[in-house]
Design a protein around this ligand. Structure first.
Ligand SMILES: *Cc1c(COP(=O)(O)O)cnc(C)c1O
Length: 463
């Protein structure tokens, strides 16, 4: 009788030993090995069991896939400054320091140091300063901008007989994955009252829709999308005046959270700021913490004190509140703006300001450090983008490293090797070259980038 093919399946222990030193916890490797062996056993009923090395290779590949899903720093060579897939805004040094200090020690999160008792607010200083920065009476902070919008909507539509939210058809947009304005409105319990058309909505359109059933007029920033040509929407101040006259609240979802005039940072258009929205008469404005504001993931609401207090009393607010680390990072970021040091110290703003000359010098330096490698590399030019669904038309002239893979290596394989490195390097393919845009690579990462490129083609390094 021939031996059962299943007898040929190696033991968990033998495979673990052959894997050598592990950079994941041992139970994780054990689980991966067990899963692969189970799959082999299932397949072994019909197919011959592969030899030990082939089994080991399968286990290694499975472990590599799992390891690649581990949250880790990457080098962003995409030229997209606020890349939602790559964690949006990198944090300022001051924000990182706040996270480290608050995380390591106890803190006064809910403790009033003056009175020596339980505090009334979790983020009194931050809320005070955020309101100041935005010229608003008050501010509240929660998990993200989607949560902030949801919270505002739930509050405004709390009355059964007053559920209608009036919004322009030109603002019923989808922003990134899973954020569709009509769906958010529906989920909040609001009844959607669309006005105007996709390209034109007038003040009169809004006015016609108002009635005793109106809970709110909502403006939503189109973010990742723009209208051109035959297009019209009412002046925000005129809309605010209408809302006031008809005693209907007006809220605005700004999204990006550009707090300083974007046109001062680079040759790009102006992005409406929370302070401008407040000044134009909007009662409550929400925006993201990790887009152009340049902080951690969060959603901010600024506006009238009475409203902000009411939002914070909503039971739902408790479910959306931020953790101390986020509050600490936001507090530090907000203070950078108020101190006037934001342009240099907040990474997304600093990256917008880097000159082409600086980028070229770095590109040449990196190129000379790559001399002798088997691929063709040269300095190129590109247009970097803001990303994160903000300023979709804005382009920043930028400098790239453009690579032509060595013979026998496809562009896709070149990109895959760089993604598999430590740290992973993410670029993009365009035409017959692989590009790394240096505007989104921090100068402190230049050496790591060179090492990663060298490590990706080890067999071809000159001695
Ligand atoms: C990005 C964006 C959001 C979602 O913000 P998150 O902080 O990711 O929840 C909501 N509204 C607008 C207009 C946006 O641009």
């Amino acid at each position: 009788m021939p031996p059962s093919p299943l007898r040929a399946i190696p033991s968990v222990e033998r495979l673990l030993q052959a894997l050598g030193p592990l950079d994941v916890p041992r139970p994780v490797a054990t689980a991966v090995v067990r899963r692969e062996l189970t799959a082999l056993r299932a397949a072994g009923k019909t197919a011959p069991v592969p030899d030990f090395d082939a089994v080991l290779a399968r286990v290694r590949a499975a472990l590599d896939r799992l390891r690649a899903a581990r949250l880790q720093p990457v080098i962003n060579g995409t030229g997209v400054l606020i890349h939602t897939n790559l964690g949006r805004a990198p944090l300022a040094e001051a924000a990182l320091a706040a996270v480290a200090a608050l995380g390591a020690d106890y803190n006064n999160l809910e403790y009033d140091l003056t009175a020596g008792e339980r505090g009334k607010s979790r983020a009194g200083y931050l809320e005070h300063n955020l309101a100041l920065l935005c010229g608003a009476q008050a501010a509240a902070v929660m998990n993200n901008c989607a949560a902030a919008l949801m919270l505002m909507l739930r509050y405004f539509v709390r009355r059964e007989d007053r559920r209608e939210v009036v919004i322009s058809r030109g603002e019923l947009v989808q922003i990134g994955g899973g954020f569709r304005v009509p769906e958010i409105l529906e989920a909040s319990g609001a009844r959607l009252r669309e006005v105007g058309t996709t390209n034109r909505t007038t003040l009169d359109d809004y006015e016609q829709a108002l009635g005793p059933q109106t809970a709110l007029i909502l403006r939503v920033h189109r973010s990742n999308f723009y209208l051109g040509g035959f297009e019209e929407s009412p002046d925000p101040a005129a809309l605010a005046a209408l809302a006031r006259r008809r005693r209907v609240p007006l809220a605005e979802d700004l999204g990006s959270g550009a707090t300083v005039p974007t046109e001062r940072l680079a040759a790009i258009e102006h992005e409406r700021t929370p302070a401008e929205a407040v000044r134009s008469g909007v009662d409550a404005v929400c925006f993201s913490g990790d887009k152009l504001f340049g902080g951690p993931q969060a959603g901010m609401i600024v506006g009238r004190a009475r409203l902000v207090a009411a939002f914070k009393k909503e039971p739902f607010f408790r479910a959306l509140r931020c953790d101390k680390l986020v509050l600490g990072a936001l507090q530090a970021t907000t203070d950078l703006y108020l101190s006037g040091t934001h342009e240099k110290q907040i990474p997304v703003l600093a990256m917008m300001r880097i000159s082409l000359d600086d980028l070229r010098v770095r590109a040449e330096r990196i190129l000379s450090a790559l001399a002798g490698l088997p691929f063709d590399a040269r300095v190129g030019s590109a247009r970097a983008k803001i990303g994160g669904g903000t300023l979709p038309r804005a382009e920043l002239a930028s400098v790239t490293l453009d690579f032509h893979p060595p013979p026998g290596v496809s562009l896709a394989e070149f990109a895959t090797r760089l993604r598999a490195g430590t740290p992973p390097v993410i670029g993009y393919v365009s035409g017959s070259r692989f590009h790394l845009d240096l505007r989104t690579v921090f100068p402190r990462q230049d050496d790591a980038l060179v090492l990663a490129l060298r490590a990706s083609f080890p067999d071809s390094c000159p001695s």
